[in-house]
Each structure stands twice: as structure tokens, then as C-alpha cells.
Design a protein around this ligand. Structure first.
Ligand code: NAI
Ligand code: PYR
Ligand code: MG
Length: 371
């Protein structure tokens, strides 16, 4: 199979879909790997590194999309990339379709088959291709939130860890999954007073047990959430219902109950965001203010630490990428129900129920598609 890896074109996205190690592995399985010139530069990989791994280099994304059977990327295809996708071609990348009707329309029109990293599952109910980037974004959240809280950036002027004689900042994390857990570890490591909210009591039990009270836990009822948000210096949005649009858990009215200059860090923005006032921002212009509350809503946070993120993502995607290349997507998905859960689009039809529900589009069963 011809496997293509174009350079990412989303603003300030420095990750790349294939590492030289992944390219080497695919070549050793008998595949041809074609990488766009400079695609790895933002992650510290040169064209020569890919050539040494057995890949070929081409000058433009057009050439790669024209000749490759499978396109491996990081971020959802941008409008110009969507025009290059074609019937029968396989796209393997993050998609986040539920909050993105335009991308969904274009993918359906292209006739391609698209497998979304964020809905591939594992046998323990986890999301193995989302997890590495959630680990990164979770660890970044207190760091970017601390910066947002600085006075010159519009924030409250509060230091997360406090100092002797002045108490620490209060950090409230809504969602105690992968993002939430990593954010809690870092925020409490920075000395903040941290509370994690989740609706899953089993998850709260696990967090309490595993971290031995290093941070507080609270059940995510509307009342508890509203009370904690009022007292918070920083709120991290870290909820997920896989594939679906994020539920809105803090309304615009609630902003007036918060401390002026508090920071909302909406990591769930890639699924539409869990604060009513969230809208996607970029690393170039990451924050904005609504009703005196600072918002940070960058939808590709891991791109900021591209080398760490590219290697972590590549470790996770490699076995799935190889299965897709070795067997073809249909057989690979038929053999592995976890990979089949990644199938979002095939030949003009949606194949993921939560996306169809969010966008009001009919869905065909993925099991029928691979029969
Ligand atoms: N902005 C960015 O650059 C990035 C964003 N993300 C996003 O972060 C979000 C979280 O991802 P993960 O932590 O991996 O998901 P996860 O599935 O590990 O955790 C989500 C948690 O949210 C909880 N939850 C669901 N609904 C809730 C509610 N109404 N109230 C309280 N808790 C609720 C679940 O019980 C679960 O524990 C996702 O939208 C993901 O796509 C992930 C990586 C990078
Ligand atoms: C998960 C995601 O959206 C990202 O890593 O950018
Ligand atoms: Mg994203």
C-alpha cells in the first residue's frame, strides 16, 4: 500500500502523522511511505531522517493525496485538504466531527473512508489514540491556565501555589478522565488546591484511592459544579462523551457568579467545548475575555509541545496504522471491533451514531459496512 503523510497545515500545528520510526516499520512490512518535504520539521525530524527510514519525499500535498491509498495525519483535514480527498481513499487522523458540520459535509462528499483516532477504543473501555494527547493536554492545562491568570494577560493575578502567608489558588477540574487526572496531578504539584468533579463515582473512587487524597473529588451534580465554579480561580473543562458534542456545564449567566479574572481552560473545545461561552482559539491568539472571565480554548494544545506529542501519538497509532496497511481497512476493521469503532465515514455515509445524533444526519451501521 502507498501510505502518505502530508505536512500539517492547521495554524501553529507542528506535529506530524508519521514518525521516522513508524515509516521504517511500514516499509519493513512492504509498504511504500511518502512524506511531504518538511512535514517532520516542527517535531525535530528532517527529510533525511525519513529517507534513512526508507520513505520517499515529495514536494507537495497535492501529489501525496493524488497517489496514496492511505493518508495519515494528526489534525482534522482542513478545507483545502478535504478537496484533495477522493473515493476509495482512506484517511486516518483526528476528526472531531460532532461540532463540525462543514467538515462532515465535505468528507461525505469526497467519498473517502475516514477513521477517527478519537473514537478508536480498547478492551478496557479506553480511547487509546486519544489518551496520549489527553495526557499532554491535561499536563499543559494548569501551565496555560497559570499563564492566563497572570495580571498582564487579563487574569486575576493569582499564583497557583501561593506563598507562605498567602493561600494557593483554587483549581476546579470538570471531568476526571485522562485530561482531568493529568491536569489534577500537575496543578496539585504546582501547589494549587484542586478539586476534580466527575459523574462517574467509580472514577472518583479510583482517583481518591490512587492519589491518596492529593486532591479533592466531588460528584458532578449541577449544584456541586455551580458552587465550586463560584469559588474557583481556574476551571478546567475535561469532560467527554466519546464522539459526541460536549455537554455545556457552565452557562454564560454563571460567569457573573465567578471571581473577576478567573480562568476557564476548555480542553474539551475540540468536541465543541463544555462552557457556553467557549469558542476555538489558536496558539497565536489563545485567550479572550467574556464578562470579566478569561477563556483559553485552543483545540490543538498538544501542538505546542510537538516533539513529545508526535512521538507519543506515533507510539499509539503505529499498530493500527500497520493493521490498516497490511490488511486493508475493511478486513482490519472486520477483525478488530475496537478499530471499527473509529470508522466515522465511508463512501458518502456516516457510520458513527453520536456524530449523526449531534448533526441530525442518518447513520449506517459500521458492522454492515464491513460485512
Ligand atoms: N484541546 C485539545 O488540544 C485536546 C482536547 N482533548 C479533549 O479533552 C476531552 C477529554 O478527553 P479525555 O480526558 O481523554 O476523556 P476521558 O473519556 O478520559 O474522560 C472524560 C471524563 O468526563 C466525564 N464526564 C462525562 N460527562 C460529564 C459531565 N457531564 N460532568 C462531569 N464529568 C463528565 C467522564 O465520566 C470521564 O471520566 C475530550 O473532548 C478530548 O477530545 C484531548 C486532547 C487534546
Ligand atoms: C486530540 C486533539 O484534538 C489533538 O491532539 O489536537
Ligand atoms: Mg483538538
Amino acid at each position: 500500500m502507498k501510505i502518505g503523510c502530508p505536512k500539517e497545515i492547521k495554524p501553529q500545528e507542528f506535529r506530524v502523522g508519521l514518525t521516522p520510526n513508524a515509516a521504517r516499520e511500514a516499509v519493513s512490512h512492504g509498504h511504500e511511505v511518502i512524506v511531504e518535504t518538511g512535514a517532520g520539521a516542527g517535531s525535530g525530524f528532517t527529510d533525511a531522517d525519513y529517507v534513512a527510514a526508507g520513505a520517499h519525499i515529495l514536494d507537495t500535498a497535492d501529489e501525496i493525496f493524488a497517489i496514496c491509498d492511505m493518508i495519515v495525519k494528526v489534525k482534522e483535514p482542513q478545507a483545502v485538504e478535504r478537496k484533495m480527498l477522493r473515493e476509495g481513499q482512506l484517511l486516518f487522523t483526528y476528526l472531531h466531527l460532532a461540532p463540525d458540520p462543514e467538515q462532515t459535509k465535505d468528507l461525505l462528499a469526497s467519498g473517502c473512508t475516514a477513521i477517527a483516532y478519537e473514537t478508536v477504543t480498547d478492551d478496557r473501555g479506553g480511547l487509546p489514540l486519544l489518551a496520549p494527547m489527553s495526557e499532554v493536554a491535561g499536563k499543559l492545562a494548569p501551565q496555560v491556565g497559570a499563564w492566563t491568570l497572570q495580571k498582564a494577560n487579563g487574569g486575576r493575578g493569582v499564583l497557583l501555589g501561593g506563598v507562605p502567608g498567602v493561600g494557593p489558588a483554587k483549581v476546579v477540574i470538570i471531568g476526571g478522565g485522562v485530561v482531568g487526572t493529568h491536569a489534577a496531578r500537575i496543578a496539585s504539584g504546582m501547589g494549587a488546591d484542586v478539586t476534580v468533579l466527575d459523574m462517574n463515582l467509580g472514577r472518583l473512587r479510583y482517583l481518591d484511592d490512587a492519589f491518596r487524597g492529593e486532591f479533592n473529588t466531588s460528584y458532578a451534580s449541577k449544584g456541586n459544579t455551580a458552587e465550586l465554579v463560584q469559588t474557583a480561580d481556574m476551571v478546567v473543562g475535561a469532560v467527554l462523551i466519546p464522539g459526541a458534542a460536549a455537554p455545556k456545564l457552565v452557562s454564560r449567566e454563571q460567569l457573573s457568579t465567578m471571581k473577576p479574572g478567573a480562568a476557564l481552560v476548555d480542553v474539551a473545545i475540540d468536541q465543541g467545548g463544555c462552557f457556553e461561552t467557549s469558542k476555538p482559539t489558536t496558539h497565536a491568539d489563545p485567550i479572550y475575555e467574556v464578562d470579566g472571565i478569561m477563556h483559553y480554548c485552543v483545540a490543538n494544545m498538544p501542538g505546542a509541545v510537538a516533539r513529545t506529542s508526535t512521538i507519543a501519538l506515533g507510539n499509539a497509532t503505529m499498530p493500527f496504522m500497520l493493521a490498516l496497511a497490511d490488511k486493508g481497512w475493511k478486513q482490519a476493521c472486520a477483525d478488530d471491533p475496537n478499530l471499527l469503532n473509529g470508522l466515522n465515514v465511508h463512501a458518502g455515509q456516516l457510520t458513527y451514531y453520536a456524530v449523526g445524533k449531534a448533526l441530525g444526519i442518518d447513520v449506517v451501521s459500521p458492522q454492515l459496512v464491513v460485512k
